[in-house]
Design a protein around this ligand. Structure first.
Ligand code: NAD
Ligand code: DAU
Length: 351
């Protein structure tokens, strides 16, 4: 079976659902259920015997070792992380604990488990670490997109903690021979995206008549990828990636934040016109910039395309329409995650 960590979060839950839509192999899902983890994302699997959920921390060595010896996974996909840049600026501690210490403890438990496998099992085993393009730092408008050999230059506590975890994963391959794979992906969007992040926040605020906050001048650029395409890429790397290698994954879809928000407003104007006839664009509000805000991310995904034959199947235009539709049709989901602790966060971040 497959061990997935962080499988109740945004990308992890999409991955687990996508896995069962495409494969028969069971999944053991280990997730601490922090504010970002949500069992509702996995509600459709409630009666599916192939899915086993365990609430727990990747940094809990005895729990992880026990699970490894009980379930004997042939591969691990590590999504578990603190993932929000703004939260890392307010308080880096959780990011250090989960992204660095947690990844280290998980790797150490995996190394011990892996060394006890038969030679054939050891060779077939994979540890796939899901990472981010933010480890490469920031680009100017003229720079070439990030490729796998771009120097690491993380600029936020979040990206620094992810960079540290990537280095540990690399070290476990070079020092101990654990067959690891690392993927560095650009910004995802789609169903179950937690509404602290730009796209779901804007959709949720727009329909509630609240301001749509744009940091600084809104001309920062991100390379957006529909989450289902990220899941396909991870499955492909797991199947055919070369141990010790890293793979950049991106959507070939560079957009300024302002463009993204305008697009969201225009789609909402079409799908759910406001009663007073005005556009959702009138709710756009420029707010204080994020400290150390990276200007541009862009992914050169030629390696994964050439070596593993993966490319995204959604364009930004098709993916963003599906996303808006999903959030409009699943307003209860958003309502249920924007609980008391979420409101405290919004109050602290936006005043
Ligand atoms: P998320 O914050 O939505 O989900 C993280 C999940 O990990 C949650 O379910 C949470 O409960 C769980 N978790 C947190 N700490 C844990 C711990 N110590 N032990 C076990 N579980 C724990 O994050 P996401 O957006 O789904 O991102 C998943 C992974 O993908 C992260 O590693 C992130 O760095 C990476 N990534 C995200 C994006 C993106 O655009 N969201 C892009 C590239 C890479
Ligand atoms: O690039 C991959 C990364 O993408 C992942 O590693 C992170 O886990 C994920 O959260 C995401 O990071 P970003 O910081 O790019 O995503 P976020 O949605 O927070 O912000 C996207 C852009 O929008 C960024 O330039 C900041 C801006 N922004 C964000 C918020 C929440 C705003 O202008 N206003 C906002 O209110």
């Amino acid at each position: 079976m497959l061990l997935v960590t962080g499988g109740a979060g945004f990308i992890g839950s999409n991955f687990v659902l996508d896995w069962f839509a495409n494969c028969v192999e069971p999944v053991l899902n280990l997730d601490a259920l922090t504010y970002a983890g949500n069992m509702q994302n996995l509600a459709s699997l409630e009666k599916d015997k192939r899915h086993t959920f365990v609430r727990g921390n990747i940094a809990d060595t005895s729990l992880v070792s026990e699970l490894l010896s009980k379930y004997r996974p042939r591969a691990i996909v590590n999504f578990a992380a603190e993932s929000h840049v703004d939260r890392s600026i307010h308080g880096p501690e959780d990011f250090i604990q989960t992204n660095i210490v947690g990844t280290y403890r998980l790797l150490e438990a995996v190394r011990l488990y892996w060394s006890g496998l038969s030679p054939d099992e050891r060779e077939a085993f994979r540890f796939l670490h899901v990472s981010t393009d933010e480890v490469f730092g920031t680009l100017s408008s003229e720079d070439a997109a990030f490729c796998e050999s771009t120097r690491y230059q993380p600029n936020s506590p979040y990206s620094a903690s992810k960079a540290a975890s990537d280095h540990l994963v690399r070290a476990y391959y070079h020092t101990y021979g654990v067959p690891v794979l690392t993927t560095n992906c650009s910004n995802n969007y789609g169903p179950f995206h937690f509404p602290e992040k730009l796209i779901p926040l804007v959709i949720s605020n727009a329909v509630q008549g609240l301001p749509l906050p744009i940091y600084g001048d809104g001309l920062q650029i991100r390379d957006w990828l529909y989450v289902a395409d990220h899941c396909t890429a991870i499955r492909r790397v797991l199947d055919a990636g070369t141990p010790g290698e890293t793979y950049n994954i991106g959507g070939r879809s560079e957009k300024t934040n302002l463009d993204v928000v305008h697009t969201l407003c225009d789609i909402l104007d079409e799908y759910r016109p406001k009663a007073d006839g005005t556009s959702y664009r009138t709710q756009i509000t420029f707010v204080k910039d994020r400290p150390g805000h990276d200007r541009r991310y862009a992914i050169d995904a030629r390696k994964i395309q050439a070596e593993l034959g993966w490319k995204p199947s959604e364009t930004f235009e098709s993916g963003i329409r599906k996303t808006v539709r999903w959030f409009l049709d699943n307003a209860d989901w958003t309502r249920s995650v924007t609980d008391g602790s979420y409101r405290t966060w919004v109050e602290m971040q936006y005043g």
